[in-house]
Design a protein around this ligand. Structure first.
Ligand code: XMP
Length: 507
């Protein structure tokens, strides 16, 4: 197992993910996790992530020096490399020419980390500081035109540092560098798969919940359904699923979810129609963060009421929270982007304790687990749908009328995407309703109506995304059908923004 110390870098979670892709279990932990705790987990290697700080900056995160005396191999990436250099007696300074993006890396000495890799490679860098002098005993193994020390290693102690980001796909041989560290340096065996977490998660849930009762908020997506099946394995009939219809779902979605879940699982299901109460609370609210807070809070309050009805001792709420939800809502060391309703949007005081068996997994890993648990393909491959639903795809006020327009437009879009056989290739495809009108002409008459925005993205894990290059003829069909079939819409536009700089959702 590899522990990744999180110094707050945007790519920190990607490191853990790449290690897991190499079939070695890995977890991201706060950089100041006590050394005793790290030792107790017996990692085969430690990776120090990048981070937004300068090692000399005020309050810059540092590590306990004893970390370098454990005899465990360590790899420092970017900030992690600079920190390693500093702690071991090297010198770090701001660089004259900052490097952001792709740079030409030249391997000077292959050593262990670059073993078997080409001399020249493209590497992704993003930093303002660099190592000026390596610590004693360290050999410089790579350079770029502007940075003379882009990688170093101390093969005896098995300490390594790279200034570039091997975890990012743009680093041509990044994955090979990581694999060299895992297999050649740490001696890890590539035998982990996400399926391994099933037994572990079942055991942990059993321990946490004991013989008390739990409810799970079902959304219809693969995450909560998988969480339900896992927890059902752990506590059997002490789990009840509650499906809260907040009135912000897509066309026919509530019926489909209830039917599919009923068919495919033995977990008893309670269907609550709470649309009135959600829409009342959302009336007149147009700030995205406020919408999320309201929805997060209403979810919890509805669950609390239902839990009370199901059984007095239902004291746990199971959620299908994923790793990306946790990271994006801002960990202590990473910046907050938006408060996903099931993490940052939760009210401070709750009667229910949370059970989140998928909290350390990425979406594609959950899909592997779901398939292993016997979930039907249509559910396994459902595109993600945000908990706050259409409320964060309607810019501005969420009204019944605007919900109806978006539902119809979204239905057409999904229908065409499925017919074109593209549903599974896209991470998400959906329609957005902006809060503006534009002038058009239909049947010789002037119209003044809403535009609908089409958003379709490809992604591995929602942390980054690219806008999908949909075929023109498909776009044409979508546009024609939306304008013809959805009253209140007179224009269709396409969103061609990647993430970053955009986010996938508009709010
Ligand atoms: P963004 O918009 O941050 O979205 O690029 C990343 C992924 O998360 C989903 N998303 C949410 N899911 N509650 C959720 O359950 C939320 O508040 C929320 N906001 C965004 C989004 O659909 C995408 O898959």
């Amino acid at each position: 197992m590899i522990l990744v110390l999180d110094f707050g870098g945007q790519y920190a979670q990607l490191i853990a993910r790449r290690v897991r892709e190499a079939r070695v279990y890995s977890e991201l932990i706060p950089y100041d996790t006590p050394v005793e705790e790290i030792l107790a987990r017996e990692p085969e290697g430690i990776i120090l992530s990048g981070g937004p700080n300068s090692v000399y900056g005020e309050g810059a995160p540092r590590v306990d020096r004893r970390l370098f005396e454990l005899g465990t191999p360590a790899l420092g990436i970017c900030y992690g490399m600079q920190l390693m250099a500093l702690e071991m007696g090297g010198k770090v300074e701001p660089v004259e020419v900052r490097e952001y993006g792709r740079s030409d890396l030249r391997v000077k000495e292959h050593g262990l980390l670059f073993a078997g890799l080409p001399d020249e490679q493209k590497a992704w860098t993003s930093h303002g500081d660099a190592v000026l002098a390596p610590p004693e005993g360290f050999r410089v193994t790579a350079e770029t035109p502007s940075i003379p020390i882009v990688a170093f290693e101390e093969p005896e102690k098995r300490f390594f540092g790279v200034q570039f980001h091997p975890e990012v796909r743009h680093s041509e041989y990044g994955m090979d560098v990581l694999k060299n560290f895992l297999f050649e340096v740490c001696g890890c065996a590539p035998d982990w798969t996400p399926v391994n977490i099933i037994t572990d998660a079942v055991e942990k849930v059993r321990e946490q919940v004991g013989d008390r009762r739990a409810i799970i908020g079902l959304s219809g997506g693969v995450d909560s359904a998988t969480a339900a099946m896992l927890v059902h394995r752990a506590i059997g009939d002490n789990l009840t699923a509650v499906f809260v219809d907040h009135g912000l779902l897509r066309q026919n979605e509530a019926e489909q979810v209830v039917e599919a879940f009923g068919k495919n699982s033995d977990v008893p299901l309670v269907h609550v129609d709470a649309s009135e109460r959600f829409l009342r609370k959302l009336a007149g609210v147009d700030d995205p963060e406020a919408k999320r807070k309201i929805i997060g809070e209403e979810f919890i309050r509805t669950f609390e009421e239902e839990a009370g009805k199901i059984a007095e001792n239902a004291t746990f709420l199971v959620q299908g929270t994923l790793y990306s939800d946790v990271i994006e809502s801002g960990t202590r060391d990473a910046a907050k982007i938006k408060s996903h309703h099931n993490v940052g949007g939760l009210p401070e005081i709750m009667d229910l304790d949370l059970v989140e068996p998928l909290r350390s997994l990425f979406k594609d890993e959950v899909r592997v687990v779901a398939a292993e648990l016997g979930m039907p393909e249509r559910m396994v491959w459902r595109q993600p749908f945000p908990g706050p639903g259409l409320a964060i795809r309607i810019i501005g006020d969420v009204t019944r009328e605007r919900l109806e327009i978006l539902r119809k437009a979204d239905f057409v879009l999904q229908d065409e995407i499925r017919n074109a056989g593209l549903y599974r290739d896209l991470w998400q495809s959906f329609a957005v309703l902006p809060a503006i009108h534009s002038v058009g002409v239909m049947g010789d008459a002037r119209t003044y109506a809403y535009p609908v925005m089409i958003r379709a993205v490809t992604s591995d894990d929602a942390m980054t995304a690219d806008w999908a290059r949909l075929p023109y003829d498909l776009l044409e069909r979508i546009s024609n059908r939306i304008i013809n079939e959805v009253p209140g819409v007179n224009r269709v536009a396409l969103d061609i923004t990647s993430k970053p700089p955009g986010t996938i959702e508009w709010e």
